[in-house]
Design a protein around this ligand. Sequence first.
Ligand code: M6R
Length: 371
Amino acid sequence: ISWDAQAAQKGGFTHFMLKEIFEQPKAVADTLIGRLSDNNQIVLDEIRMSAAEIKDLKKILVIACGTAYHAGMIAKYAIEKWAKIPVEVEIASEFRYRDPIIDKSTLVIAISQSGETMDTLMAIRHAKSSGARVLAICNTNSSTIPRESDAVLYTHAGPEIAVASTKAFLTQVIAVYLIGLHLAQVRGVMKDSQVAQLYYEMFELPGKIEQILETVEPLRTLTRSFAQSESVLFLGRNIGYPVALEGALKLKELAYMHAEGFAGGELKHGPIALIESGTPVVAIMPAAGSLLAEKMASNIQEVKARGAVVIAIADSPLAAADYLVRIPATHEFLQPVLSVVPLQVIAYEMAIARGNDVDQPRNLAKSVTVE
Ligand code: M6R
């Protein structure tokens, strides 16, 4: 590996997780850099597919576990929208035990920070035995999953020591955006100028993450006031839905609290019964002005009417929320890279408030090398 010993130290931060949260602007920039040619083509030679093979693709299947699975869910929204290829996303441990309908016209994308997750490794072996081509998105050079895949796109998050994944997640999301744009361009379904514009918007993300990190102190204080809550619910819609799931996973993992993520539209189909007076609900607002932002505002009213306290993560003012965490505006499909950052901070702060071990939460390992 090319990492030096110093990179693996805390560098003045109280926890590795906090350090890694603050390293996210650089991790995103490092993963993005050098991916657009002078003639506005996304450069992704590592995926080792010819234009003809890309045009022949019938389906993409993303397999991953935990946080990487949430990056896979984001991939579905972005790749289907941009490249117009059907995308399925599956938890690796489930995929392995069914008879998937895949063949050489299917591209399987395996996402893993460590490259050693046994469930994901067994899933790619299963996919390869069915004739599919496997592309790994991985943060760890020469680990087992890239070695067993047909191709690998490395993320450049650097070493992630804390068990809870933060910067690796953001770089996985960047990697799937790059793949989506590349496929869209090669298949001729997006103009070069549109692709270049999105790439340049992505390059503004590191600065926007920095802005969020400069203003998290009030959120840390607010989080501590909810430390005794029994459960926290997260709501999202569309590409914000996987962000809600990720926020809930982080909180379970670090704060040992009951936390669940829901699609806003599902509330009335059951989950709204969970709301009690004072239940904290974190709402990931879609981009301001969109139809979905209106729908989410209605969801906020619904939970507030039942006593919930709503913390909204939004790119514009929102009267309906009790607390607002402002994030900078960006393209609606890039928003997860920003909206997840306050959720990481909430989980981090809640873990401290509840006296938990932030970097080594109970019962968990950084790399799960058993089934
Ligand atoms: O190394 P991997 O990305 O394959 O790990 C997958 C999951 O075990 C991992 O993302 C886990 O969910 C994290 N601890 C979540 O923060």
